[in-house]
Design a protein around this ligand. Structure first.
Ligand code: DQA
Length: 146
């Protein structure tokens, strides 16, 4: 089965950006690690990153016919993008939301996700492991739903 990984704004600067919060791993390393991890679990992961809301919405729409699941870290869009929320609600593809940092330990505005109500689940605060857990969750889910 095919999964799509979407990383949103500023995550292209992973490894460089606030490493105390987001760690030292670059986006390229993250994508390579996760692609290999998915492969070990008989899943085919495609990786996409954009700083643009519309491009993320297009990627969600395009996933409709091509992917069995989406793992998304929408970055700051998490907290206010009703357009990304509506895009997820508009497609029949299950979505898992991931945040590298523990958003609940941070500023108040990060405590709210407008995306979460249209996702299957949410994983926060576990760093890069969170993305791996999302892959494992999809693996089990897909095995149950063949
Ligand atoms: C983030 C948390 C968001 O609040 C922030 O805007 C990000 C990254 C995370 O992965 O912890 O860009 O989604």
């Amino acid at each position: 089965s095919k999964l799509l990984l979407i990383n949103g704004p500023n995550l292209n600067l992973l490894g460089v950006r606030e490493p105390g919060i987001y760690g030292q791993t670059t986006l390229k390393d993250l994508e390579e690690q996760l692609t290999a991890f998915a492969r070990e679990n008989q899943l085919d992961l495609s990786c996409f990153q954009s700083n643009h809301e519309g491009a993320i919405i297009d990627a969600i729409h395009d996933a409709r016919n091509n992917f069995s699941g989406i793992i998304i870290n929408p970055g700051a869009f998490t907290h206010y993008s009703y357009a990304i929320r509506d895009a997820i609600a508009s497609v029949d593809v299950p979505v898992i939301e991931v945040h590298i940092s523990n958003v609940h330990k941070r500023e108040e505005f990060r405590h709210i996700s407008v995306i979460a109500p249209v996702c299957e689940g949410q994983i926060v605060g576990l760093g890069i492991t969170g993305y791996k857990l999302a892959i494992l969750a999809f693996k089990e889910w897909l095995e149950r739903n063949v």
